[in-house]
Design a protein around this ligand. Structure first.
Ligand code: NI
Length: 211
């Protein structure tokens, strides 16, 4: 049975550390990927990198069903965009088109309640090994490409906050400091903190949440 794992919040050393390649896709990796899917969904997230559950392995889960939905709603083409939930082992990306795509509301489960615009290359080739050890490849664009690049950044110890200019970064850091204080008092999902260890979900402070 898959289980929900605690998500680390920024700043946490695992979020700024490069994850190591997976050598063999075995049952323990498949179980971890299943746990990551449950964890991402449980936190109302679209994707998750293993760094975010304090595991320094090159693993990503991404719900492409949700990505396709959002892309359709924003009148982005979904041609060539796969469906379902993708479990990526040792993913690699190559930029095919540097034209910037503006991801308008980029956020992260490890940086709760902070959203901002991030520019990322519009088209990428994604190659990876799937949960059965098979090599796979997709050409992605727009939001799907941005989402993959966000998760790839995690595997390299980079956050979306590192992708914005200095002035904006300063504003977002202040905003996050407040948001994180509140979030740590009332975690919306299971979190792992440096100082207090694992903190259970506590929704009592989120009466105005529109979920
Ligand atoms: Ni993230």
């Amino acid at each position: 049975m898959a289980k929900i794992l605690p998500i680390v919040l920024h700043p946490h050393p695992s979020l700024s550390t490069k994850a190591a390649p997976v050598e063999t896709v075995d049952d323990s990796i498949r179980a971890l990927l299943d746990d990551m899917v449950l964890t991402a969904h449980g936190a109302n997230g679209v994707g998750l990198a293993a760094n975010q559950v304090d595991v320094l392995k090159r693993l990503i889960v991404l719900d492409f069903e949700v990505l396709r939905d959002v892309m359709s709603r924003h009148e982005e083409s979904i041609e060539g965009i796969p469906g379902g939930i993708l479990k990526l082992v040792n993913p690699e990306i190559a930029v095919l088109d540097e034209t910037p795509y503006l991801h308008k509301g980029e956020g992260c489960l490890s940086i709760p309640d902070v959203y901002t615009e991030v520019e990322r290359p519009d088209r990428i080739r994604l190659t990876y090994t799937d949960e059965n050890g098979k090599p796979r490849e997709y050409t992605l664009h727009g939001l799907a490409a941005a989402a993959v690049q966000h998760e790839m950044d995690h595997l390299n110890g980079i956050l979306f906050l590192d992708r914005v200019g200095k002035v904006k970064r300063g504003m977002l850091d202040k905003k996050y400091a407040k948001a994180a204080d509140y979030f740590r008092n009332y975690p919306r999902y299971l979190i792992l903190t440096d100082d207090k260890g694992v903190l259970e979900q506590d929704l009592s402070g989120w009466k105005d949440m529109d979920e």
